[in-house]
Design a protein around this ligand. Structure first.
Ligand code: 5GP
Ligand code: MG
Length: 179
């Protein structure tokens, strides 16, 4: 798997150190809330979620949402599909949405809108990566660990055609792999 990587963009130790900072910010921002509902966007947020949330010493409740916007390629399709039969109960609650990356911004915009429609009192967003580019949908994430250039990355939860999510770092694939 490692031989398919052209370059490592963000090393594992760098991610871990940064997660300590983001986790402390989340802890302090939500310390006064009675409860916090976390909603992770599958499957990209899986690795980020597990590593980040273990650093947040609050009584979190964790749910996941299955959302698709890429459909196998390396460009966002522009359409956000909710794949779950049943969505989490968020009425009157503070919700923190976690995703792997803010690209066009459509996913987080669609998910936040959906959660507000379902009666959430407050929705905040947190991503591992923010791509430095103009966004189709409005808004930046409330918490973002790293800003990267406008290129396709894999690892630490992010896939190419279903693979590479288990790489412990964020990297760029060799062109021969994307083909
Ligand atoms: P957005 O809706 O912000 O355009 O896209 C967000 C979703 O697109 C992310 O949750 C992620 O699944 C996917 N995505 C965006 N950029 C990348 C990328 O560089 N690599 C991978 N693997 N997925 C990406
Ligand atoms: Mg995703």
């Amino acid at each position: 798997m490692n031989e398919d990587i052209e370059k490592v963009l963000i090393a594992e130790e760098v991610i871990e150190r940064r997660l300590d900072v983001i986790a402390e910010r989340i802890r302090s921002d939500f310390a006064k809330e009675d409860s916090l509902q976390v909603v992770g966007i599958l499957k990209g947020a899986l690795v980020f979620m597990a590593d980040l949330l273990r650093r947040v010493p609050l009584r979190l409740e964790i749910e996941c949402l299955n959302v698709a916007s890429y459909h196998g390629g390396t460009e966002s399709s522009g359409q956000v599909d909710f794949l779950d039969v049943k969505l989490p109960e968020v009425k009157g609650r503070s919700v923190l949405v976690l995703d792997d990356i803010l690209d066009t911004g459509r996913t987080l915009a669609a998910v936040s809108e959906k959660l507000y429609e379902m009666g959430a009192r407050k929705v905040k967003t947190c991503v591992l990566l923010t791509k430095d580019k103009e966004r189709a949908a409005e808004g930046e994430a409330d918490y973002s660990a790293f800003e990267i250039g406008d290129e396709f990355v894999v690892g630490y939860g992010l896939d190419y055609d279903g693979k590479y999510r288990n790489l412990p770092y964020v990297g760029v694939l060799k062109e021969s792999v994307i083909g």
